[in-house]
Design a protein around this ligand. Sequence first.
Ligand code: FAD
Length: 380
Amino acid sequence: MSKTVLIIGGGIAGLCTAITLQQIGMNVKVFEKSTEPAVAGAGIIIAPNALEALNPYRISDEIIRKGHPSDGFNILTDRGRLITQLAIPPGYGNLYSIHRKDLHHILLSALPPGTIEWGKQFLHLEQKDNHVQVTFSDGSQAVGDLVVAADGIHSNIRKQTLKEDIYRYAGYTCWRGVISVDGLPGLSHRFIETWGTKGRFGIVPLPKDKVYWYALINARQGDSHVANYSVEDLQRLFQNYHDPIPSLLLKMASHDMIHRDIVDITPMERFYSDRVVFIGDAAHAITPNMGQGACQAIEDAHILAECLRVQSDYQGAFADYDARRRRRIKLISKQSWRTGQMAQLENFLFTSVRNRLMKYAPKRIYRNQAQRLYKFQLKG
Ligand SMILES: Cc1cc2nc3c(=O)[nH]c(=O)nc-3n(C[C@H](O)[C@H](O)[C@H](O)COP(=O)(O)OP(=O)(O)OC[C@H]3O[C@@H](n4cnc5c(N)ncnc54)[C@H](O)[C@@H]3O)c2cc1C
């Protein structure tokens, strides 16, 4: 018999799970606290593993059509010299950058009208013997067989289930934005990350002469002085970096920048609790250094549906989902954390040694790592 599944959170994880669960015949409802689809946001990179996981749902083609391809990242010094190329292995396809609002639009379009209820802020849930009951801040309630917790890194559902604090501040803070770059010289079609002693700067082209940029600098957690940086502060910080970084920042306005401290959560001990299963950032928010947070949420969505498809008993399905996801998530979370620590080094001597090590490291080390990362496997 078809189960009724209540998905809390309409971000990438929640929407993808709605798509994959509807495909296996579940009766799905998404509850999102925002009153309408997000119109703001920066860019995002979708990697081959996520495109493969979305392929059966005919979404990958749309992302490819609306995104900008790159066969990898160039890592540069602040002077613009190449440290190394992180290339996607041959035969794996490309990375695609896309505006977040375009990605949301693609995912929303894949769902039948009425799947999402907007303006529904989850407050609490009660697990009963044969169903689960959810209460929202407007006093309304919903009843289902199962709940998917897709309410992001600050998941209320996780807090109610786990109680303990599992956040980890990475030691650096991030600004992001999207700008129009019509006619700006010196832009490469490849994605670029520049690692200097004053911070890290990313340039990711988007279609239609737009660029998604991000800047990461070391700071104390919650430092209010740093949090209030204006675009002029960033211009000063990165003024001696190679072109086109200073000219990109000149095109930016402070009110269009999105700021956030970089935090991850140590992956939950168990990605489920009775009738509730956790997915995406609610279960395992990852630092953004490998561009895999959303990609792993997409993998979660595909694998959860596969587990529920082959096992009618939800407890067995959730245990199977947990077993298939745990190792990969732990590995990527750890790798992403380490990459961030390496990329954020500030000491001139250490950065010189790092750059040399990366430049002359055998290419097969990165190739093997990339082959594991960019391959989607149902078995995890
Ligand atoms: C700087 C930065 C750059 C990144 N770049 C990339 C990248 O290039 N590639 C990549 O794959 N990943 C990237 N990520 C990670 C990626 O953004 C996240 O992993 C992904 O968005 C997580 O999706 P989610 O749906 O799990 O959570 P969220 O996007 O946080 O969505 C959660 C949703 O739940 C809703 N919600 C929250 N609480 C409630 C409630 N109580 N009731 C109802 N609804 C609620 C929220 O409004 C939201 O819509 C990046 C992250 C950062 C910080």
